[in-house]
Design a protein around this ligand. Structure first.
Ligand code: NCN
Ligand code: DMD
Length: 353
């Protein structure tokens, strides 16, 4: 692509004039300079992505959980078996999953989609599986996760889902994940994107340690060696090292950014997808904010590369979009503070009057 074509296809950033107006307003609030800390930074980001200052708090938060199974799970990389993925999809539907509880509490809509769960057709209601790409994605250390066609299908599915959620009125989106084994492809995608080694990105996931952790690191290393030079291109990277559910999440994030709708990121899976989305659709990450910090080392590495500082750091490693939904009240607080705290000039003026 020529430089001009690349610039033309770059995602348009949030309006700089609004960002500056919000930064000026923050500096003028009746607080000591910088006293709101990251809440202040979040308020400026929120005003810019909402396109107005003062901003109003998010009022239509919509969470989409992308579910899928991963071939690596049969190779000893997780503390849990693949069967949990489908069982948890039922929990998202019945309201008993962690993110379902938080979504209810914070007034967010929750939708779960089966992109690649290893179950027979008809296991879930039709609307859950309408974007299904395949049953389980390939074990990335021995084979590609997807065919090239499946990657494009999953990217397009994610983009369609984003369009649907935006048509339903979303003013803040969350992309969540459900998939036993998915911290392995997420770590591999982050390593491949950042040019890091398996030992830097591999974490305990849902709870492995000792020999299992060393084995998971070997699996990530084998996957990176197997993929070789193909990882330079973001779509080929997803084909070799991703999965149907991760590719769909990349498509969802890129489309949300392209349509100018902000996204609150979650843990290592969500941030791996955001990192690939930034490569796939440059400029996307200006529309993203980091909901929380996960203990997975790859998540912090990817957040640093994206220049994002998480709002919460609670040691959460549930996934599902739960850390992002837990941060929704923080975004609401940030918006309300920037909109409703008095201006210091007015306070001083009142005193003088
Ligand atoms: O969000 C995170 O950072 C995170 C960290 C560790 C585990 N998880 C969740 O646990 C599952 C993946 O863990 P694992 O060990 O099976 O790869 C998957 O369903 C994720 O939602 C999520
Ligand atoms: C029970 C359970 C719930 C989850 N939610 C996201 N990942 C998960 C992994 C397990 C094991």
């Amino acid at each position: 692509m020529s430089d001009a074509a690349a610039a033309a296809s770059r995602i348009a950033p949030p309006p700089e004039a609004v960002r500056r107006e919000a930064a000026d307003r923050l500096a003028g609030l009746a607080t000591p300079a910088g006293a709101l800390g990251r809440l202040g930074e979040a308020a400026v980001w929120w005003a810019a992505v909402q396109g107005q200052c003062p901003p109003s708090p998010p009022s239509n938060v919509r969470v989409v959980v992308f579910a899928g199974d991963h071939g690596v799970t049969a190779h000893g990389v997780s503390a849990y078996p693949s069967e949990i993925t489908a069982l948890m999809v039922h929990q998202f539907l019945s309201g008993g999953a962690g993110v379902a509880v938080l979504a209810r509490l914070h007034g967010a809509e929750l939708r779960v989609l089966d992109l690649g769960v290893d179950v027979e057709a008809g296991t879930f209601p039709a609307e859950v599986s309408s974007y299904k790409v395949r049953r389980g994605s390939g074990a990335i250390h021995v084979e590609d996760a997807l065919t090239a066609e499946e990657t494009l299908q999953a990217l397009a599915a994610g983009a369609s889902v984003a369009a649907e959620e935006i048509a339903a009125g979303a003013d803040l989106l969350v992309a969540g994940d459900m998939g036993i084994g998915n911290t392995t492809p997420s770590a591999a995608l982050i390593a491949a994107t950042l040019g890091l080694g398996a030992e830097e990105v591999t974490g305990r996931g849902s709870g492995i340690d000792g020999d299992a952790l060393m084995h998971k690191q070997t699996v990530v290393d084998e996957a990176l060696v197997r993929a070789g030079e193909r990882v330079t291109d973001p779509v080929d990277r997803l084909t070799a090292l991703g999965s149907a559910d991760l590719a769909a999440q990349v498509g969802f994030l890129a489309e949300a950014a392209r349509r100018g709708v902000p996204v609150l990121l979650d843990g290592v899976i969500s941030v791996a997808c955001a990192l690939v989305a930034e490569d796939y659709a440059p400029g996307s990450s200006a529309w993203f904010s980091a909901g929380h910090r996960s203990p997975e080392p790859a998540q912090s590495l990817a957040l640093s590369k994206l220049g994002l500082e998480p709002l919460l750091d609670l040691g959460m490693r549930l996934g599902e979009g739960s850390g992002a939904v837990a941060a929704v009240p923080v975004v609401r607080s940030a918006a309300a503070l920037l909109a409703d705290v008095s201006l210091l000039a007015d306070v001083l003026g009142d005193q003088g009057a």
